[in-house]
Design a protein around this ligand. Structure first.
Ligand SMILES: [Zn+2]
Length: 215
C-alpha cells in the first residue's frame, strides 16, 4: 500500500501541467473533429459517417486512458488500444437491435440500443469488479472497470450532443450542449484519476505501470 506522501505525489502528478496540456489537447480535438465530421462529403455517405464517427469514439477513448495512465512514461500501449476498442465497440449494439448487419437498419432503429443506456455503465463496472475480486484478478486487472467507465462514458457523452443521455429506467435528458461535451470529455480522465486515488485503485495501477509515484 502506498504511503500518504506517495498518494499525494501521485495525485499531484495526475494534475501535472503535462497531464493538463494533454486534456486541453483532447478538448481541442473534440472541438475540431466534430466540426470536420459535419462536412458534406462525410455526411452524404452513411458508411463514411458511421466509420468516422466510430473512429473518433475510439481516439477519444485511447486519449482519455493515456491521460489516466500517464502518457509521459511507460504507458502500456496495449491498454490504450483496448480502451479505444471499448469506446468504439458498443456501437455494435445497433446491429444487435436491428437484428441485421445492414448499416441502414442499424441507423434507423425505433429506439436506442441497450449499451447506450448510461445506467448500464456503473452496473457493468461493479459487476466486473465483483467478478475480478471473486476470481482474484483484482491486482493485475484492477484497471478494467475504470477503463470501461471512462471509455463508455466518453462515448455516451459524445452521443449525448445528438440524443441526450439515456438514464434508463428514469428517462433521458435533452441533447447536451456542445461546450458541455467538450469540457466533460476533457476533464473526465482527471476526475477518474482522483476517484481512483480515493479508492486506492491508482496505487495498485502505479505499481503495475511503474508510473506516477516518482515525481
Ligand atoms: Zn454510440
Amino acid at each position: 500500500m502506498a504511503s500518504e506522501t506517495e498518494k499525494t505525489r501521485a495525485l499531484l502528478q495526475s494534475c501535472s501541467p503535462q497531464s493538463l496540456m494533454c486534456s486541453l489537447g483532447l478538448g481541442v480535438f473534440c472541438l475540431v473533429v466534430d466540426r470536420l465530421l459535419q462536412f458534406p462529403v462525410i455526411q452524404q455517405s452513411d458508411w463514411l459517417r458511421a466509420l468516422s464517427d466510430n473512429a473518433v469514439h475510439c481516439v477519444i477513448g485511447m486519449w482519455s486512458w493515456a491521460i489516466v495512465t500517464g502518457i509521459k512514461k511507460k504507458t502500456d500501449f496495449g491498454e490504450v488500444l483496448f480502451a479505444g476498442f471499448l469506446a468504439s465497440v458498443i456501437d455494435i449494439d445497433h446491429f444487435f437491435l436491428a437484428g441485421s448487419l445492414s448499416l441502414k437498419a442499424a441507423l434507423t432503429l425505433p429506439r436506442r440500443p441497450f449499451l447506450h443506456c448510461s445506467t448500464v455503465i456503473p452496473v457493468v463496472a461493479l459487476t466486473l469488479k465483483l467478478a475480478m475480486h471473486l476470481l482474484k484478478l483484482k491486482d493485475s486487472w484492477c484497471f478494467l472497470p475504470w477503463m470501461l467507465c471512462i471509455a463508455w462514458s466518453s462515448h455516451h457523452i459524445r452521443d449525448g450532443i445528438r440524443h441526450g443521455l439515456w438514464l434508463c429506467p428514469f428517462g433521458k435528458t435533452s441533447p447536451l450542449p456542445f461546450w458541455l461535451y467538450v469540457i466533460v470529455t476533457a476533464s473526465l480522465p482527471h476526475v477518474c484519476s482522483v476517484v481512483m486515488h480515493l479508492t486506492g485503485a491508482r496505487q495498485i495501477m502505479s505499481s503495475k505501470h511503474g508510473v506516477l509515484i516518482d515525481v
